[in-house]
Write a protein that binds this ligand. Structure first.
Ligand code: GLU
Length: 321
């Protein structure tokens, strides 16, 4: 029988992908006998069970999501950004759906990136007057404290602990922490993670939450959520746990994975702003107010996050003043 070249290529690709989709015993002899022999991503590290876990945050700051009311666009921080002529925004450049490089245009696109562009549009007259800087989750607070970015727009949960170091806008998306696993794993949620290996990113609320809620899991901490998808595909972990919004982006990249179980916690996202830049907080809240009302928020949700289900509508803002 003559096998067409296209079919041969498909067979070769299937063989390469085989490790990602099946643990059948029919692997060629020259492949590693266990996926666990594959190297881990750079800076991946097990979290030892005796490492202290952050305590359950009390309501030390009242409602952490209450921010400052929008008002006139005046202040030193706004003046400095206007005279620079571009808004500097920290985000993850490899987060599917939120901030990732469009393979055709090469620009950073996604829900977070587009919300940041709306701020640039209001402040500088053009969505193009923006510079994105790549940040890992663990770098977010430090980048704001060091003023290496004006804003962090990176799936960042507003917490009392973080508010001691940085300021936040009003809530622009409400996510829920859940679990991602291979469809064949038999894992159906948090309870099944006892005795299992779970990937999370360092410096996240997801890491602290999973350690508190499922102390019987073995945790592997890595720098990015894309790293978690790789170690799941390589069978070096059994599951990933973080916000359903981020997990939806990973699941869209691998049809053999699925998001399972109910909400482990509610994660209200805010735009991170250096502490004390009150004029910028009020300005950003003005943009969020505009996009909630003029249909932009709904358009961006429909464009990027419709895989999460029907739009819940933009979260209502709460203010402290
Ligand atoms: N929302 C979680 C956090 O802020 C996880 C998101 C992320 O790592 O980007 O820690």
């Amino acid at each position: 029988m003559r096998i067409r070249p296209a079919l041969l290529a498909l067979l070769a690709a299937t063989a390469l992908l085989g490790g990602c989709v099946s643990d059948s015993g029919s692997e060629p002899p020259d492949r590693p006998s266990s996926q666990a022999e594959l190297p881990l991503p750079a800076k991946a590290a097990p979290v030892h069970t005796d490492t202290p876990v952050a305590p359950e945050p009390g309501q030390k700051c009242g409602d952490p999501t209450a921010s400052l009311r929008p008002d006139g666009a005046r202040g030193d921080t706004l003046d400095a950004i206007r005279s620079r002529g571009r808004l500097i925004v920290g985000l993850d450049t490899g987060s599917n759906l939120f901030s990732f490089r469009d393979p055709i245009s090469g620009t950073i696109v996604g829900f977070d990136a587009d919300i940041a562009r709306e701020v640039a549009k209001d402040l500088l007259g053009s969505a193009e007057h923006i510079e994105f800087r790549s940040l890992s989750s663990a770098d977010r607070e430090r980048a704001l404290q060091d003023h290496t970015v004006d804003l962090v727009v990176k799936t960042m949960t507003i917490t009392c602990e973080r508010r001691q170091k940085v300021d936040f806008s009003t809530v622009y998306l409400r996510a829920n922490q859940r679990v991602l696993t291979m469809k064949t794993s038999g894992i159906t949620g948090l309870a099944d993670l006892a005795g299992k290996r779970v990937c999370v990113v360092s410096g996240t609320t997801s890491l602290d939450r999973i350690r508190r809620e499922q102390p019987a899991a073995t945790i592997l901490a890595v720098p990015t959520w894309a790293d978690c998808l790789v170690v799941l595909q390589q069978r070096q972990v059994d599951a990933v746990s973080t916000d359903d919004s981020i997990l939806a982006g990973l699941a869209a990249q691998d049809p053999y994975t699925e998001v399972v179980g109910g909400s482990i916690s509610v994660e209200p996202y805010g735009i991170g702003i250096p502490k004390g830049d009150e004029d910028l907080v009020r300005f950003v809240n003005g943009t969020l107010d505009r996009i909630r009302g003029d249909g932009t928020w709904e358009r961006l949700y429909g464009q990027w996050l419709s895989g999460l289900g029907a739009s819940p509508g933009p979260p209502a803002p709460t203010y402290q003043d």
